[in-house]
Design a protein around this ligand. Structure first.
Ligand code: EPU
Length: 418
């Protein structure tokens, strides 16, 4: 199994281009199922999760190709299957995103229940509840969600809690419903906005995306169309932390700085100097050790749970004590144990990690447990003295495009070994 070997201690320096956002491209690819024509998607990152989504769509009968610009071309008009099988859903929870589009466009969807995962229980009850409110018949049997509807009907849905893929599934389903759907307490993440903009490009009528109330006026059909995915704010944030943790100077390019406000605030508190342009951000630590920061994760525009693990790594070598509170997922501190193997002083009490910064970490073999946890281990490895070997890096390949190449370009001593 592939591993990453890192020789720590080099302050990173240079520019790194940011790829298309994983959590935007996955719903957009699923959303292509709604179209009556060919859909072309640009800035698709080369990630394992994208490959899984394409395999899933391909099995259903979506024809996939690359055009001359290397954009992905999807032709969903000759769909044969309405099933998302367990073997694919269990490798990628985001497969649940085909549920809404399949049901709305094809009247039927059979999607495996995702089951638990490394960061928490992660039920999909609100996806199901919302689809029922839109008039679908939904049954659970044999580990599968089986949903049917002649045509969905618009309604007002108040989400019990903020869910990103739940909002996306219901927004997609509502585009082809009869009448108006109002989603209250909707997720406001930039990836939800990107999906809405893509759907509008196909002819959907959506308002309010980016606020907590999204209004969707159902239409008869959606056409084909083209769309370029937004840059990945979590990838960008991860490289900025890499700059800060290593005492270096890193510029991320091709980003939307306004999507990173909560993260930039914490980097400033940690003592980083920031320069921000229209589509780039530069972090400069001037060789200093970061100061510990406290933070609490929350739905957007709060501090993203997908950046929590990376800040645990930063606090691990910072001056002072940092309190990191996770409120989105119930079990997202798997990285704490592995960071301790590098010498970090972290105690986890309930949903809070108490991190007493130590002046140095030392290299050790460690194991990745989920995508963002893996990123935090890699960041810690960049500053640990000696050699760190991170095992099970298939988690990283799910969500970071060519991560070792990008880090090596910044001067990190890192390589992939078998
Ligand atoms: N929840 C329910 N019932 C539901 C849906 C969600 O109780 O029906 C709970 C979850 O268990 C969780 C909370 O609601 O405690 C929020 O979860 P949410 O549904 O927003 O998460 P998600 O849509 O499954 C997406 C991202 C995650 C990211 C979260 C939070 C995608 C494909 N995934 O997941 O990304 O952490 O939103 O921002 O968009 C990652 O990229 O590493 C990742 C895990």
């Amino acid at each position: 199994m592939a591993k990453l070997l890192i020789e720590g201690g080099v302050p990173l320096s240079g520019d790194v281009p940011v790829s298309g956002a994983k959590n935007a491209v996955l719903p957009i690819l699923a959303g292509a199922l709604l179209a009556d024509g060919v859909v072309r998607i640009g800035r698709v990152p080369h990630l394992q999760d994208v490959t899984t989504m394409m395999e899933l769509l391909g099995r259903m009968g979506v024809e996939l190709a690359l055009d001359e610009r290397l954009w992905i071309e999807l032709d969903p008009t000759r769909l044969r299957e309405h099933v998302a099988p367990y073997e694919l859903v269990r490798t990628m929870r985001a497969s649940i995103l085909v549920l809404g589009p399949l049901l709305a466009r094809w009247g039927r969807a059979v999607v495996s229940l995702p089951g638990g995962c490394a960061i928490g229980e992660r039920p999909v009850d609100l996806h199901i509840k919302g689809l029922r409110a839109l008039g679908a018949e939904v049954e659970l049997s044999g580990g599968y969600i089986e949903a049917r509807a002649e045509r969905l009907s618009g309604t007002r849905i108040v989400m019990d809690l903020v869910t990103v893929t739940g909002t996306e599934n219901l927004m997609m389903a509502a585009t082809l419903a009869r009448g108006t759907t109002i989603i209250e307490n909707a997720a406001q993440e930039p990836e939800v906005v990107d999906l809405a903009r893509f759907l509008k490009r196909l002819g959907a009528r959506i308002e309010g995306e980016g606020s907590n109330t999204i209004i969707i006026e159902g239409v008869e059909r959606l056409s084909g169309g083209e769309y370029e995915v937004l840059p990945d704010r979590i990838e960008a944030g991860t490289y900025l932390v890499a700059g800060a943790i290593s005492g270096g100077r890193v510029k991320v390019t091709g980003v939307r700085p306004e999507h990173l406000d909560a993260v930039l605030l914490k980097l400033r508190e940690a003592g980083a100097e920031l320069a921000i342009g229209t589509d780039w951000i530069e972090v400069d630590m001037r060789g200093r050790r970061p100061r510990a920061v406290d933070l609490t994760t929350a739905p957007y525009p709060g501090f993203p749970t997908d950046m929590q693990a990376q800040f645990c790594a930063l606090d691990a070598i910072a001056e002072g004590v940092g309190l990191i509170r996770e409120t989105v997922f119930e079990n997202r501190f798997m990285h704490a144990q592995e960071l301790r193997r590098l010498g970090a002083d972290i105690a986890v009490e309930g949903n809070t990690a108490i991190i007493r910064g130590v002046p140095r970490l030392s290299g050790a073999p460690i194991m990745a447990t989920d995508l963002r946890a893996s990123a935090s281990l890699l960041l810690a490895g960049l500053v640990a003295e000696g050699t760190t070997v991170v095992d099970r890096i298939y988690h990283l390949d799910r969500g970071y495009e060519r991560i070792e190449e990008k880090l090596a370009r910044l001067g990190a001593r890192i390589r992939r070994i078998r």
